[in-house]
Ligand binder design. Structure first.
Ligand code: 16G
Length: 244
């Protein structure tokens, strides 16, 4: 029952109620939660108030709706630490998930200005361009567009299938390129059309857009990547310590 005299708005009380029930497993993952009408009756509020609560929870990736069917509990987000440099495959193995990729594009191309600048090569020098939809347990979670300096890994596309192989593992085992550190930025934005198609997402999906330059042991840039992670399936965490 909602507290109508509380300073906490009614729709926020409903959100808290749903969130708590999910945390305690009362509403289980991929199961339907009570309908808008049931919640409106239960809390003695109008359906618009319930709909506002459900819409916000959907935007936050806590629930998802299926047209004509109802609202369901979304699986928990993948939680990625920002302290260490890992590959997607390593991340997924660490979580007990199956990593795979759908390769959208794989070719040797002249570097565009942006990639050339990031990789400190001349525009037009050859780069391996690899666009992949990264899948966790068969669910698309990210679209990655990698550029790797071609001269560092000759023949890489001829000998490997990146729908199942790890790029970092191949670079290390075959080309002795040890990815050591990376500079990375993360920005929020709405998914564009290409991202929506690749990630099988609806319009309005929030994206965590990551730009990364990855360096080898000798401080040489090796990879420039632009990645779009589904905001409803991913979150990043980091440990912060006080400055000395
Ligand atoms: C991570 C990296 C990406 C790299 C990929 C290699 C981001 C933010 N990070 O996803 O730069 O290309 O791992 O993964 O995109 P793989 O070794 O599994 O192919």
């Amino acid at each position: 029952m909602a507290k109508h005299d509380s300073p906490v708005p009614l729709y926020l009380q409903i959100k808290d109620y749903i969130r708590l029930n999910i945390q305690h497993g009362v509403f289980a993952v991929n199961e339907r939660i009570p309908s808008e009408r049931q919640l409106a009756d239960q809390f003695s509020v109008n359906r618009l108030t319930v709909s506002k609560a459900l819409n916000e929870l959907a935007q936050e990736g806590v629930v998802y709706s299926q047209v004509g069917k109802g609202t369901y509990v979304a699986p928990a987000k993948i939680d990625q630490a920002l302290q260490s440099l890992t590959s997607f495959t390593q991340d997924m193995i660490g979580r007990g998930k199956r990593a795979a990729s759908r390769v959208l594009h794989a070719a040797i191309e002249p570097a565009n200005t942006e990639a050339a600048k990031a990789l400190m090569i001349l525009p037009g020098a050859e780069v391996v361009v690899l666009h992949r939809v990264r899948m966790a347990d068969d669910q698309p979670v990210a679209l990655e567009r990698s550029h790797v300096i071609s001269a560092l890994c000759p023949g890489i596309l001829d000998n490997h299938d990146f729908s199942r192989e790890s790029l970092y593992a191949v670079l290390k085992a075959e080309y002795h390129l040890h990815m050591t550190y990376a500079h990375q930025t993360i920005e929020a934005r709405k998914a564009g059309e290409a991202e929506r198609d690749a990630l099988e997402a609806e319009s309005g999906l929030p994206i965590l857009f990551i730009t990364r330059v990855t360096y080898d042991l000798n401080d040489h840039p090796v990879e420039y990547v632009r990645s779009s992670y589904r905001g409803d399936r991913y979150k990043f965490y980091t440990i912060l310590r006080t400055a000395e």
